[in-house]
Write a protein of this length. Structure first.
Length: 119
């Protein structure tokens, strides 16, 4: 499985994981000139911008470590562009990370949900 396939698998796995936990997904791979947000969904009335990070090992660190302050600032920029296009911008919103480590040999994986990631 190459990097793109692993990323696509990770986003699908994250989507299933979130659906099972009651997240209503409204957008996937939302792109602007500023960047991309992997998944956008609602938890009750809160709008959540999800960054999904998938790794096949921790050789270069845990996946959640890749969501650093620079990445969060970029997500915030794209999130604000998304919010600008909504009829009501009085929503509570946050940025969460879904971190997945998939063992390439057994196909088993660990998934963690980090809520309210900040820059």
């Amino acid at each position: 499985m190459n990097k793109q396939q692993l990323a696509r698998w990770g986003e699908e796995t994250a989507q299933n994981y979130l659906n099972e936990r009651g997240i209503r997904i409204v957008e996937k791979n939302f792109r602007t000139q500023s960047g991309e947000i992997d998944i956008i969904g609602f938890e009750n009335d809160d709008l959540i911008f999800f960054e999904v990070k998938t790794r096949s090992s921790i050789k270069f660190g845990y996946p959640e470590e890749a969501v650093n302050s620079k990445k969060v600032e970029k997500i915030e920029m794209v999130a604000n562009e998304y919010l600008d296009n909504l009829p009501s911008n009085n929503l509570n919103w946050r940025i969460d990370t879904i971190a997945i480590i998939r063992n390439p040999h057994t196909q088993k994986y660990q998934i963690k949900w980090f809520k309210n990631v900040e820059a």
